[in-house]
Design a protein around this ligand. Sequence first.
Ligand code: PLP
Length: 357
Amino acid sequence: MTSLEDLPIRDDLRGKSPYGAPQKHVRIELNVNENTHPIPEPVARDIIESLARAILTINRYPDREFSQLRDGLADYLGHGLTRDNIWAANGSNEILQQIMQAFGGPGRSILGFPPTYSMHSIIASGTGTAWVSAERDADFEISPCTAVAAIREHDPDIVIFCSPNNPTGTPLSLETIEAAYDATDKIVIVDEAYAEFAPAGAPSALTLLPGRPRLIVSRTMSKAFAFAGARLGYLAADPAIADALRLVRLPYHLSSLTQAAAVAALQHSAEMLAMVDDIARERDRIVDRLTELGYHPWPTWSNFVLFGGVENPSEVFETLLEQGIIIRDLGIPGHLRVSAGTHAETTAFLEAMAALS
Ligand SMILES: *Cc1c(COP(=O)(O)O)cnc(C)c1O
């Protein structure tokens, strides 16, 4: 039997672990921050019609420039953005991979601030980009000074922020992003996968794009749009950024079916996003109730809650799993993370937690 160790794999991949969120199908799945609300039926029907039309020309390659989709995404984002500012791929993970292929790679580095989204460093290793990490301030925050000091120390080719941050939920101020941008002449990425869950009126890094051609804001339809299975991530940036990514993307990387489904879903963005307020209310209920139970949930602007004060995280994780409830143990001492679910799912999780204490 051959094992991975026996293969002539790249030296820099030896001993690495793949992305490993357990994919267990249980009664209540609150472990990977999916939107647990299914998409509304009338929208689903429209998407199916759009797919049915696309399948009739599936003998042809898809629109390599996915122009209609970029128009839909630009409309959705607003902020005066047009098709030329938008690029898309199969999930924002692929967006980040293309950015690292174009701007990172062997001999180059990317700076991030753990604890943060584990895929950032995994994509770095896949693209041969050195991952450099810097410390956050207290309470998982990153002040402008802290960001600038880390950039001065490491001189990275790419700086990546996650706002709000996964797995902590922590928002990031625009001042920090501006200061980081001014401290480097390289690429700055803001991963805004959870932007739609932020409080109304909270400013997005999209507002910083004018006059900042090295700033990239990445977004996804996986979370707020309840579209995780469709795989559609995108970015907004200066049009020159898309030109750079055209050099590394595979031709026709976005299938006709993906494009058709996403275009149809974007035409219903209001209905698709109708659950966001609901989810934010469930998230707040988790924060309140866990606090009452004596845990320490961190402030969160996303659809999940990281909470401390857990004496034995792996034991709590297993006890919940035995009851058909899966949450996430990220290996942060004393902490667990839970995604906000439907009202019933959230109630089941909170009741299980109450029974523990
Ligand atoms: C879930 C998540 C993504 C989304 O990845 P997709 O590939 O678009 O599904 C991106 N960034 C962060 C921080 C996430 O938590």
